[in-house]
Ligand binder design. Structure first.
Ligand SMILES: Nc1ncnc2c1ncn2[C@@H]1O[C@H](COP(=O)(O)OP(=O)(O)OP(=O)(O)O)[C@@H](O)[C@H]1O
Ligand SMILES: [Mg+2]
Length: 358
């Protein structure tokens, strides 16, 4: 591998194509049903889903740490890598547990992959320092790993993955071990880094906010299958099914009778688009996001609800409302309203934002 003084920036990652990649473990566990996936060169794809849905298994198949069942195929660009082991795929990996060498210096950890690849000592050192500077931890180069904080360790792990100039960067819940504030900082940094490098990245998480921020595209998984693949906006505003709708963000629900452009509920009647009535009628549920709801005086509002609790969030207040027509509604109000727990408020909902699932 050539290791001159060129910057990492500007390099273009490879496209990734998966066809019918399934995984059944020897004990019979079906971790993955046949999954097909196309990742464009330079794209950041986030794989999102609950624990046990097969995220890590999918990532390990892409990395070459796991073989797909017979019939599955993995390509990097035009290269069929299905049977190519990880050390020949030129991927960088970052794990939740940093998997660094604790007694070695930061610089030696970052240079390790280069050493294995036979890069000479001087170039190794130069390249490691360059990547450490990029991660803004150049001053820690001579420290031992066990002298670093969690956030610093995760930066080293990222630097190590990037130092070998991988064709593909694979990240498996890299921020889960960190506290909320640090996660947000590093999330922002990773986002800028991946965009500036133009590297193809696959990022596994069960944190939907992380997925929304980082993903050019999000693949939502459920029980070994892809439930939806789309941009963050698609996934949030146009969920393909109820599972996706309720997994991402807060989703409100009202149960009632749907007919003649109206939903009749225990809390009052609301108008809906005729197209929704044609999708479902009779006993039905309509779904909507908290942003679609406005609170008002009860007198002139189509729905009246009892305030169960109010949480102060700084910039907004979150209201929990009892409707008698399904679970409590969750509403985020930016303007201070005077309604308190125990009082009745009026609710209006933006008709455009109703969702009905088949
Ligand atoms: N080596 C193995 N042998 C048998 N079953 C396995 C093995 N590895 C994983 N599994 C099972 O496969 C399923 C998917 O596991 P996987 O690690 O891909 O989930 P995940 O989505 O990454 O979950 P988490 O968010 O908890 O990391 C789980 O039911 C898990 O128990
Ligand atoms: Mg996992």
């Amino acid at each position: 591998m050539e290791m001159d003084g060129n910057d990492l920036a500007g390099q273009i990652g490879t496209s990734i194509t998966l066809r019918e990649c399934a995984k059944t473990f020897p004990d019979g566990t079906v971790a993955l049903k046949p999954v097909s996936l196309d990742v464009v060169a330079g794209e950041t794809v986030v794989i999102l889903g609950p624990s046990g849905c097969g995220k890590t298994t999918l990532l390990r198949i892409i990395a070459g740490l796991e073989n797909p069942d017979a019939g599955g195929n993995v390509r990097f660009g035009d290269d069929d890598v299905t049977r190519v082991p990880i050390e020949k795929r030129n991927v960088g990996m970052v794990f939740q547990s940093y998997a660094l060498f604790p007694n070695m210096s930061v610089r030696d950890n970052v240079a390790y992959g280069l050493k294995i690849r036979g890069v000479d000592r001087r170039s190794r050192k130069q390249q490691a320092l360059k990547v450490l500077d990029m991660m803004r931890i150049g001053e820690l180069a001579e420290r031992r790993i066990d002298q670093l904080s969690g956030g610093q360790r995760q930066r080293v792990a990222l630097a190590r993955a990037l130092a070998v100039r991988p064709r593909v960067l694979l990240l498996d819940e890299p921020l889960t071990a960190l506290d909320a504030a640090l996660r947000e900082t590093l999330r922002t940094e990773i986002d800028r880094l991946l965009r500036s490098l133009g590297i193809t990245s696959i990022y596994v998480t069960h944190d939907q906010q992380e997925a929304m921020v980082l993903g050019d595209r999000i693949i939502v998984m459920s029980k070994g299958e892809v439930a939806q693949s789309g941009t963050p906006e698609d996934i949030y505003l146009r969920p393909a099914n109820r599972y996706v709708g309720e997994f991402i963000g807060v989703m409100n629900r009202l149960d009632g009778e749907l007919s003649n452009s109206r939903l009749e509920t225990a809390a009052g009647n609301i108008d809906v688009e005729p197209t929704l009535v044609s999708k479902a009628s009779g006993a039905s549920s309509v779904f909507f996001r908290p942003e679609a709801v406005r609170l008002a005086a009860p007198e002139n509002s189509p729905l009246r609800c009892k305030v169960v609790a109010v949480h102060f969030h700084g910039g907004s207040r979150r209201y929990f409302l009892e409707t008698g027509a399904g679970p409590e509604l969750i509403v985020d109000a930016v303007n201070a309203t005077s309604a308190k727990a125990g009082e009745t408020v009026g609710v209006t909902i933006d008709h455009q934002s109703f969702i009905v699932f088949d």
